[in-house]
Write a protein that binds this ligand. Structure first.
Ligand code: FES
Length: 578
């Protein structure tokens, strides 16, 4: 009998599982004993270690070692740790894009937590999508949870210059294509950019989302910036193992911690970090699982009042290793306390303010003060206008200031294939003042909102020394990318959003101050084009792809599946007995 809807006794889920009457309990115990465990183990709270380790995911390659440390901690605190795998999303290994599979991984995590008799779970995550996917699933399952990331890789170094993945992968490729970097240097740099285990070491999506875990209160202090290969990361894993048993004892669920205030803290940290635009998709998706609405305008409101105080690439100068030496996310959060809900509860059993009260800044150039920030307001802005009625995102902290107020003629690419075919055509009618537009790259059109919003600069402009232009799409971009790039335009072009109606030569105006994105084409002409518009053929006719196309939401709702938003009315029963 399932104990999920009506648990008649006061036992934990795991204890009930091992003590079921009749053949069920006999089997549960006998089969567990086959792995070398005994009744003493089975009497303890059962802690699942949900591991996204995979050999086809370099960023998560230290999670086996961390799982062992978590187990030590669980055992020390009186729990019974059992590790299980879930889908791992290695950013560079997945086609057409890892984002297509984020919701699949979230379903895997949720269903495994639901189906197995766990009392608590530790989520081992790291690469870009593994963190939001696991957290989305855990929020839906809503049993006691702590997230632990694998940590950032060490700084790359080459000929005395600090390198970061993959801001420098892009920068050096651009210079190589422009002819300003020779073949040998380009190849040698490749050997030096990513020199340890861990995730990309600039403020990309993984750094952003794993730092945000601390602000959400769902991870221990130190999770965000402690390097993957530092012994302190292993100790953090052991502490996490001990902490999850306490969280089970207290019966603290994600829904007790991830309140609206916690999400506002997360957005404040995102803005202070100059963090990834991908968080503007992931945070509404995570919050949506708990029935919390995070409208895009909330990101803009918080961004306007939050200065960028993390001097980290691509918005700043340093990288995650430097942020760790400077005091890490706890020191940064302490600096931000006047802008945070410091009384938000966390998995330590203490408030966010209590967690960071002793954190000290060791380098005030890496972690700036609120009155000497890197930028006076947060790195993100939400744009609206007749080209993006439901909103669009720009990371202006990583843009060219002179382009943030710009009007230019559109050069339109119908989709990614069209972009690849024509971007370097010597006859492409493009100048430095043009606005590059990419259609059909949103949640449905991509599909999966691929990270191609940072359209390449046409080769002939590269050779003229041009390194940035205004670029607009319904796609996403990597958090490690930079430039004057408008993303996540909603509604997307594949469902007939205004982006689908743009034609070559149309004037487009970007006005950051007024948060405006305007297509200078009169309404009668737009109506004529709308009447002629034909939806593109969608990519999948079967399997997960078909499920995705039927149910994915637009970017402002987090591109989650419509049937997964909101809280499950049937809560998994927890019966602490301590
Ligand atoms: Fe995994 Fe960059 S590829 S974080």
């Amino acid at each position: 009998m399932s104990n999920e809807q009506h648990d008649p006794d006061t036992r934990l889920r795991g204890e009930s599982f091992f003590n079921e009457p009749g053949v069920a309990g006999f089997t549960h115990r006998a089969f567990t004993k086959s792995m070398g465990y005994d009744e003493a183990d089975m009497a303890r709270p059962l802690i699942g270690i949900c591991n996204t380790y995979s050999e086809i995911n370099n960023c998560n390659s230290n999670l086996r070692e961390l799982a062992d440390a978590v187990k030590r901690g669980v055992l020390m605190a009186g729990g019974f740790p059992l590790e299980f795998p879930t889908i791992s999303l290695g950013e560079i290994f997945l086609s057409p894009t890892s984002m297509l599979h984020r919701n699949l991984a979230a379903m895997d995590t949720e269903e495994m937590i639901r189906a197995q008799p766990l009392d608590g779970v530790v989520l081992l995550v790291n690469c870009d999508k593994t963190t939001p996917a696991a957290l989305m699933g855990a929020c839906s399952a809503d049993i006691p949870t702590i997230a632990l990331s694998g940590g950032p890789a060490l700084n790359g170094w080459f000929r005395g210059q600090m390198l970061g993945a993959c801001t420098d992968c892009r920068r050096m490729t651009t210079e190589h294509q422009a002819g300003t970097l020779n073949d040998e240097t380009y190849r040698l740099a490749e050997d030096n950019v990513f020199r340890s285990k861990g995730h990309c070491m600039v403020m990309g999506t993984a750094s952003t989302m794993n730092s945000i875990l601390e602000a959400l209160g769902i991870a221990l202090p130190g999770t965000g910036a402690t390097p993957a290969v530092d012994a302190r990361r292993v100790r953090l894993a052991e502490h996490t193992g001990r902490a999850i048993v306490n969280v089970v004892r207290q019966g603290l669920r994600p829904s007790d911690l991830l309140t609206r205030q916690a999400f506002e803290n997360a957005i404040t940290l995102l803005c202070a970090l100059g963090g990834s635009t991908n968080a503007v998709v992931h945070l509404p998706a995570i919050a949506g699982r708990l029935g919390i609405d995070l409208p895009l305008d909330l990101f803009d409101t918080i961004s306007r009042r939050t200065p960028v105080i993390a001097n980290i690439r691509p918005s700043g100068k340093y990288q995650m290793e430097d942020l760790f030496y400077a005091g890490g996310i706890p020191a940064l959060l302490r600096q931000l306390l006047p802008l945070l809900h410091g009384d938000a509860l966390t998995v330590t059993g203490r408030t966010l303010a209590e967690n960071v009260q002793d954190a000290e800044i060791q380098n005030s150039d890496v972690i700036r003060s609120l009155d000497q920030p890197l930028q006076g307001e947060g790195g993100l802005a939400i744009l609206r206008g007749n080209l993006a009625p439901d909103g669009a995102v720009i990371k202006h902290s990583a843009a060219t200031p002179a382009l943030l107020h710009h009007r230019g003629a559109a050069v339109v690419f119908h989709d990614v294939d069209d972009l690849r075919a024509r971007i370097n055509d010597p006859d492409l009618p493009v100048t430095a003042d043009s606005v590059l537009v990419l259609q059909n790259s949103g949640p449905l059109g991509g599909p999966g909102m691929p990270e191609i919003g940072n359209l390449p600069i046409p080769q002939k402009l590269l050779q003229q020394g041009i390194r940035d232009m205004v670029r607009i799409s319904d796609a996403r971009m990597s958090g490690t990318a930079y430039g004057t790039i408008v993303l996540h335009v909603a509604p997307e072009s594949a469902i007939g959003g205004p982006l689908a109606l743009v034609q070559d030569g149309d004037e487009i105006e970007l006005d950051l101050t007024n948060r405006r994105l305007h297509l200078h084409v009169d309404e009668a002409e737009l109506a004529r084009r709308r009447a002629q518009w034909q939806p593109p053929a969608l990519a999948y006719r079967r399997g997960y792809g078909q499920l995705y196309l039927r149910h994915v939401n637009q970017a402002p709702e987090g591109a989650d599946f419509d049937f997964l938003r909101g809280r499950d009315p049937v809560q998994i029963t927890l019966q602490p007995k301590f």
